[in-house]
Design a protein around this ligand. Structure first.
Ligand code: ATP
Length: 453
C-alpha cells in the first residue's frame, strides 16, 4: 500500500459526501464535523460491526445508551473535574493558544516567538445549564467519555439482568472534549463518538483479561481492514497514565499525519465503581457475586453475601468512531494505475462497511423495459435489508463505475438488452473490475453472501 495523504482523504470525503466541515457556510467551527450521505452509512456500519462483535456475538456483554447531559457530581466523583485537563499556553505575540506539549523548543509553532506564557491547567469539559434558572448549581456537563454512565448504571444493570462477573457493559455514543488544538481533520475533534466497553472482572484476574482484550480488539480491527502491521502497541508510561488507570495499552496506528492512538485499552481497576460507591453510601454497587436468594436460606445468604462482596476491576477497550472512519478509509484508499495508462481512485472497503452495498445501473436511462427491470431488481435487493442499494440512472456505465469505485461500492449490476432476452445481468466487482454475467434470480444469494462480515 502506498501512503495516502490527508489531502487525498479530505478531498475524497468532501467530493463524495463522507465528511463536511460543520457550519461551513458561516466559516465552520474548528474541530466539529458533519457526516454526509456516505459518511453516515460508513459510520453506522462501523458501529454495527463493533456492536455485533462486542454484544451479539458474545454471551457476557449487555448494552446501554446513557444520556449525554451528565450530573456534575458524576464527573466530580469520577475525578474529571479535577484531572481532565490539558496544559495550555498562550503566545503573547500572535495571541494563539495551544497545548503546552505541542510546543517544541519553547517556540510558538504559529509565529516562532519565544514569548509564551507559563502552562496553566485547562479543563476540557463543556458545561451547559439545565432548566430555566441559571445559577451555580444548575449546570451539567456534556459527557467527556461515555464510560461514566456505565459505572453509575452498574447496579441497575446487575439488578435487571442478574449478571455475575465477569461481564461487560457496552455503549456507543457522543462525547465532548473542548480540545485546545483540534487538528488533523476528524482525528482530533471537539464532538466525537466513542465505542466503549467496560468489562468487570474479579480483582486478580484483571491482568489476564487485559491481555485477552488487547488480542480481541486487534482481531476486530483486522476484520475492518485495518492491518495489524500498521498497529503498534504502546505501553503508556506511569507518568502519562490517566488518573483512573493502573496500566493502559494504546493501539497506535499509522494515520496519514503520523502514528497516533486509535484505541486505548485501560485497566481502570476499581477506581470508578469505588469512587461512586464512596460518594453515595446507598449506591451499594459492590454486590456482584450474588447468591440466588430463591435458592439460598436467609442466614446462609447473609453469610455468603458478606464474604463475597467486592468492588470489581474494570478493563476498558475504548475506541473512537471518528478515528475508526479515518483509519478504515486510509487503509481502503488507493489510486490504482491501470494497464491502459489511466488511473482510478478506489476505496477497497470491506463489503460489510461499504456505505452502498450494490448499485444497479440500466444501460439506457430512457428505455422503459430496461428501466422497469432495473427498478424491480432494486426492489428485490432492498427487500434483503443489506443496507443501501442504489438505483443509478445516469445512462453512463463508465461514469457510474468510477463514482462507485470512489464510494467503495463493492458490486455494480448492469441491466441491458441481453437481460430482457435471457434474465442475465452483468455483475462488476469493484476490486478486480472483473465482469461476469449472472442470472438475476441468483443475485440475492450472491449479494447476501458477499456483503456479510
Ligand atoms: P488522545 O491521547 O489522543 O487525546 P485519549 O487517550 O485522551 O486520546 P481516551 O480518553 O482513551 O483518549 O478515549 C478513547 C478513544 O476515544 C481514543 O482512543 C480515541 O479513539 C477517541 N478520542 C479521544 N479523544 C478524541 C478526540 N478529541 N477526537 C476524536 N477521537 C477521540
Amino acid at each position: 500500500m502506498t501512503a495516502t495523504s490527508m489531502e487525498q482523504l479530505t478531498s475524497l470525503c468532501k467530493r463524495r459526501g463522507f465528511v463536511y466541515q460543520s457550519g461551513e457556510i458561516y466559516g465552520g467551527v474548528q474541530g466539529i464535523y458533519d457526516y454526509g450521505p456516505l459518511g453516515v452509512e460508513l459510520k453506522n456500519n462501523i458501529k454495527s460491526a463493533w456492536w455485533r462483535a462486542m454484544v451479539y456475538q458474545r454471551d457476557d456483554v449487555e448494552g446501554i445508551d446513557g444520556s449525554i447531559l451528565t450530573h456534575r457530581k458524576v464527573l466530580h466523583y469520577s475525578g474529571h473535574e479535577e484531572t481532565f485537563i490539558d496544559p495550555l499556553v498562550d503566545c503573547r505575540k500572535c495571541k494563539k493558544r495551544m497545548r503546552a506539549d505541542y510546543v517544541e523548543n519553547d517556540e510558538c509553532p504559529h509565529c516562532g516567538s519565544k514569548d509564551l506564557t507559563e502552562p496553566r491547567p485547562f479543563n476540557m469539559m463543556f458545561k451547559t445549564s439545565v432548566g430555566p434558572v441559571q445559577d451555580q448549581d444548575s449546570f451539567a456537563y456534556l459527557r467527556p467519555e461515555t464510560a461514566q454512565h456505565i459505572f453509575t448504571n452498574f447496579k441497575n444493570v446487575v439488578d435487571s439482568t442478574a449478571r455475575t462477573i465477569p461481564f461487560g457493559i457496552a455503549q456507543i455514543g457522543k462525547a465532548f472534549r473542548n480540545e485546545i488544538t483540534p487538528r488533523n481533520f476528524i482525528f482530533r475533534v471537539r464532538e466525537l463518538e466513542q465505542m466503549e466497553l467496560e468489562f468487570f472482572v474479579k480483582p486478580g484476574t484483571d491482568e489476564e483479561w487485559h491481555k485477552q482484550w488487547i488480542e480481541t480488539r486487534l482481531d476486530w480491527w483486522e476484520k475492518q481492514g485495518v492491518s495489524r502491521d500498521r498497529i503498534t502497541l504502546y505501553d503508556v508510561p506511569k507518568n502519562e497514565l490517566a488518573h483512573y488507570s493502573k496500566s493502559t495499552i494504546d493501539l497506535m496506528y499509522e494515520f496519514p499525519h503520523g502514528v497516533e492512538e486509535l484505541e486505548g485499552i485501560a485497566n481502570r481497576t476499581d477506581f470508578d465503581l469505588g469512587s461512586h460507591t464512596k460518594s453515595q453510601v446507598d449506591l451499594n454497587i459492590q454486590a456482584c457475586v450474588q447468591p440466588n436468594p430463591d435458592t439460598t436460606s436467609r442466614l446462609a445468604l447473609q453469610d455468603l453475601t458478606a464474604k463475597s462482596w467486592f468492588v470489581p476491576y474494570v478493563i476498558e477497550p475504548a475506541a473512537g468512531v471518528d478515528r475508526a472512519v479515518l483509519a478504515v478509509m486510509n487503509e481502503a484508499f488507493e489510486i490504482e494505475q491501470l494497464e491502459n495508462g489511466f488511473e482510478r481512485t478506489v476505496l477497497r472497503l470491506p463489503a460489510h462497511l461499504a456505505p452502498i452495498k450494490v448499485a444497479v445501473i440500466p444501460l439506457k436511462k430512457n428505455h422503459p423495459e430496461i428501466v422497469e427491470f432495473t427498478k424491480r431488481l432494486v426492489g428485490e435487493l432492498k427487500a434483503l435489508a443489506l443496507g443501501r442499494v442504489m438505483f443509478e440512472n445516469t445512462g453512463n456505465i463508465g461514469k457510474s463505475y468510477r463514482k462507485h469505485d470512489e464510494a467503495g461500492t463493492p458490486l455494480c449490476i448492469t441491466v441491458d438488452f441481453e437481460t430482457l432476452a435471457d434474465g442475465t445481468v452483468t455483475l462488476r466487482n469493484r476490486d478486480t473490475m472483473r465482469q461476469v454475467r449472472i442470472q438475476s434470480q441468483e443475485l440475492a444469494d450472491y449479494v447476501l453472501d458477499y456483503v456479510k462480515d
